[in-house]
Design a binder for this molecule. Sequence first.
Ligand code: NIG
Ligand code: FE
Length: 386
Amino acid sequence: MSVASVAITGIGSLLTNDPELGTITGAAVVFDEGRVVWAGPESRVPDADERVDAGGRAAIPGFVDSHAHLVFAGDRTAEFDARMSGQPYSAGGIRTTVAATRAASDAELDANVARYVAEALRQGTTTIEVKSGYGLTVEDEARSLRIAAGHTDEVTYLGAHVVPAEYAGDPDAYVELVAGPMLKACAPHARWVDVFCERGAFDGDQSRAVLEAGLRAGLTPRVHANQLGPGPGVRLAVELGAASADHCTHLDDADVDALASGSTVATLLPGAEFSTRSPYPDARRLLDAGVTVALSTDCNPGSSFTSSMPFCVALAVREMRMTPDEAVVAATLGGARALRRDDIGRLSPGARADLVLLDAPSHVHLAYRPGVPLVWAVWRDGVRQV
Ligand code: NIG
Ligand code: FE
């Protein structure tokens, strides 16, 4: 069945993320067959089968959330509550969610992923990456990835999230499992391999072993790096040609130089600093050094239980010295770069027809009006979803 072409007219301000088109005031966009076929000033809009009047609202590309952990059961309300009365965040809390996830049925996990993907979509997210990492057995990691793949093409194998309790006495044996039989069972369902490279999780050598095995199995690395303290994660990510180094909260000059000279995107996750009451990463330092920055939610029950990209944009502007423009670009085009995609994160001919209309005259309002539900309509693949 062929889908009618749609012209969205009356767009007050259109952020295209296209270097030639820029941000257009008084704009229109035309979709056909799920793709953008035209974007430009409204006065020149070509004919289409249908017209939608945006009424002067702002349009942006759908958000690209390139970092989320959605395959889990239960939550960690008590842990959050304790943190807000002074307890520190620890990676060990992951094991609580591992126990709940292992005990859950496939149907429960699938329903949870569906719920969080839908929640994100209502807030303008049209592409979301989903990681495993709360199964930590061959079977539970493979089923997590199978479930994730039912909801997104951007699936990440994170068997190296933390050493599970049953391997506490022999972490290297767990690394061998992750880089061996678990990887073999998981690689067919995933595009990416990730490691939590951090004190209390996996050190530089263990992380390298997992990422290199992943590369040999045809997966591309992305790395949880330098979240809770300084460490080798960022430089390892750049050295291995990872698509993204995520968190990047504790960086020294060598880390920033490595990111600036390589092709690895720095993905910042301010929801994690918010929910763990920790200092935010310095986005300004990275942008000024020429690093490509992405913004994502890190949606997970432990360190950042939000699926809201608008919330992350507002945090990035207020707390990380990003301009509103930089933050919205990082949440759209930046995420696309972190996923090595050039068909999303922009609104220019050839791109996937993923568009968000904001009930506001400009995308600056995402930071200017924090906490206000400004997402007014969402198209994905040219089909209206919200
Ligand atoms: O990205 N850093 C590791 N993983 C998650 C936290 C997971 C959890 O606490 O359950 C993160 O912040
Ligand atoms: Fe994460």
